[in-house]
Design a protein around this ligand. Structure first.
Ligand code: NAD
Length: 393
């Protein structure tokens, strides 16, 4: 069996699916590894380093002919139509929000396996949990990015030239990324507060040194699988109003809130931004083509509001730390690949809950239970201009 690391479909993506260390691990299982020329270049991983690890460095066309194609993100649209039936594609394919790609993978007869659909609560899935590994990186980088954009210090500083009070940082959403952002901001010396709709995250946030904010207007909103559920329109408005009072008392706000398969919830309204002091910084980790947690944030751009608040659209932070992110992702994807291989061949067992969880298309069909027609309608809407989580506020 031949697996190939191909160049990413998104030209802005700097991560690569396997690093040389992971190539060795895959080869040790009797699998040939091809790496497209220059695939690791944007993560400072040279073709030579892949060759030394035992990979064959090949052209784009040769890589595309492999049995299994490994990616971080989605394959380029024009590439999918050229794939052959039975070929396997593994990556973060976002099938809950990109129905068009899922349909085209099925139409091409491709077996598509999505790293973002791994059932994260299964203990044996932990080494494969790319959402967690990448969210950890994003949370760290969000805090560092905020500190870099802030015109003052994060820590309390007492010098002969004066005393600087510590920055007040608020983290909204205390899942994997939010907890890492809290820990990093605390290590930089900030005074940190945090909020999440899942009250069970309170003790985790507090154990990292944050003060947990409990809203009186919105009750617990824990959903399935350890995630939050989408709020109703009334809950969302109440949450935004009550959060505004907290947001305007902070120098830096980092937002990480997500609800799987849906538009990220809007937590910071235009009014909240207007109430913040000049020089404040907001990092919106939810910022993506689907929307963001912050009114007016633009993915991968920094905007400064009329009242001097810097709003950083930071939905693709793991790609900005490509070496660390690739190393962690490579461990995740190689663990999944080796889990799916029996006797040197890919053998997907639909009776295995982990394997059934990641299998999106095969034999020309969309097979994942979450993508049945009624859910597929929902995914279409999530990928479109309108929110499935209600209007854009
Ligand atoms: P996520 O990226 O989907 O969401 C980030 C955070 O946003 C979550 O904590 C969520 O509660 C919060 N959020 C959503 N809507 C919100 C709103 N309107 N207001 C405020 N906060 C809102 O989640 P994640 O970090 O990928 O994972 C969430 C949880 O899943 C983890 O904290 C963990 O408990 C669980 N998990 C379990 C395992 C495991 O069992 N091995 C692995 C990974 C994650």
């Amino acid at each position: 069996m031949k697996v190939a690391v191909i160049k990413e479909g998104d030209p802005a993506e700097r991560r690569v699916a396997l690093v040389p260390e992971a190539v060795q691990k895959v080869r040790a299982a009797g699998i040939d590894v091809l790496v497209e020329t220059g695939a690791g270049a944007r993560a400072w991983l040279t073709d030579d380093s892949y060759g030394e690890a035992g990979a064959s460095v090949v052209s784009h066309q040769e890589a595309l002919a492999a049995d299994v194609l490994l990616l971080v993100g989605k394959p380029a649209r024009d590439l999918v139509a050229g794939l052959r039936p039975g070929q396997v594609v593994i990556g973060l394919l976002a099938p809950l929000t990109d129905a068009e790609l899922t349909t085209s993978l099925a139409a091409a007869g491709v077996t598509a396996i999505s790293m973002d659909m791994i059932p994260r609560t299964l203990p044996r899935a932990q080494p494969m949990d790319a959402l967690t590994s990448q969210a950890n990186i994003a949370g760290y980088k969000a805090a560092v990015t905020a500190a870099g954009a802030f015109g003052r210090f994060f820590p309390l500083l007492i010098t002969a030239a004066g005393t600087a009070r510590p920055a007040r940082v608020l983290v909204l959403g205390t899942g994997v990324a939010g907890l890492q952002a809290i820990g990093t901001a605390r290590r930089l010396g900030a005074v940190v507060s945090a909020y999440d709709v899942r009250p069970e995250t309170k003790t985790e946030a507090e154990s990292l040194g944050a003060t947990f904010i409990e809203l009186t207007s919105v009750g617990p909103a824990s959903g399935e699988g350890g995630y939050a559920r989408a709020l109703t329109d009334d809950e969302r408005r109440a949450q935004q109003d009550e959060l505004t009072g907290h947001i305007t008392r902070h120098d830096v706000v980092i937002t990480t809130a997500q609800v799987p398969g849906r538009r990220p919830p809007l937590l910071i309204t235009e009014d909240a931004l207007k109430g913040m002091s000049p020089g404040s910084v907001v990092v919106d980790m939810g910022a993506s083509a689907l929307g963001g947690n912050v009114a007016g944030s633009v993915p991968d751009e920094t905007v400064v509001t009329e009242n001097g608040v810097t709003v950083i659209g930071a939905g693709s932070l793991p790609s900005s730390m490509p070496t660390a992110a690739s190393a962690m992702y490579a461990r995740n994807i190689s663990s999944l690949l080796l889990y799916l291989v029996k006797d040197g061949e890919l053998a997907i067992d639909p009776d295995d809950d982990l394997q059934a969880g990641v299998l999106i298309t095969t034999g020309g069909q969309i097979v994942h239970p979450a993508l049945k027609p009624e859910q597929a309608d929902h995914a279409d809407t999530a990928g479109g201009a309108e929110s499935v989580d209600g209007p854009a506020d």
